[in-house]
Design a protein around this ligand. Structure first.
Ligand SMILES: [Zn+2]
Length: 202
């Protein structure tokens, strides 16, 4: 979730009430195993990864920070338009990469957003704690709706490994929005497991 998002107050208010989460029914897809994206998405991700590996990039990115959109569905075009309007930033989405969830884009699809411009994103309250950070957003709300899909986690692992190798980023510089900003945010939500991601990075 974007740190300057005007819906943040409501979001934090909801998260401040532990009972809400304890009482929330477990979604049907909670805990489902890691699954590959659909063949077409897998082929598209494979090409995206190959392009990333061979792309010449001048900037020395140093951190990878994971977010969720805190919404049901999202597209790159939608995030571009939303952030352009809300934050008066003509470059649009304040995330470098989007990993979609099957609602407004294929489940597990790796999509380029701010990466296209090779400039930093305004995605942290305390950017000085993770300078030169790349922002990856997973579409979904992992605070209230259960964990990311298996296809999303598989794609996130693949993308993160590629970026770590390309920029020599150690795994202790792969973290979450909450890991950087602490109590200021719940992003990417209680059901997102950084541990599960780290296991894929070994
Ligand atoms: Zn966030």
């Amino acid at each position: 979730m974007h740190p300057l998002d005007p819906t943040r107050r409501r979001f934090l208010g909801l998260c401040a009430c532990g009972a809400v989460h304890l009482c929330a029914p477990r979604p049907a897809h909670a805990g489902r195993p890691l699954a590959e994206p659909e063949p077409e998405t897998r082929a598209s991700n494979k090409q995206t990864i190959l392009d990333l590996r061979s792309q010449s990039v001048q900037r020395g990115w140093k951190w990878i920070v994971i977010h969720h959109t805190a919404s049901g569905g999202a597209s790159v075009a939608g995030l571009d338009a939303y952030h352009r309007r809300r934050f008066d930033d003509e470059l649009g989405a304040e995330y470098h990469f989007v990993v979609n969830n099957g609602v407004k884009g294929p489940d597990g699809a790796i999509q380029l957003a701010r990466w296209r411009h090779q400039v930093p994103a305004m995605h942290l309250f305390h950017p000085e704690r993770a300078p030169e950070s790349l922002a990856i957003v997973l579409v979904g709300n992992f605070e209230t709706k259960g964990p990311p899909s298996g296809a999303q986690m598989q794609a996130l692992g693949q993308l993160t490994r590629t970026l770590m190798a390309k920029f020599e980023i150690p795994s202790d510089r792969v973290t979450t929005h909450r890991g950087v900003d602490g109590r200021l945010t719940q992003c990417p939500g209680q059901h997102f497991s950084l541990e599960a991601l780290k296991k894929q990075l070994l």
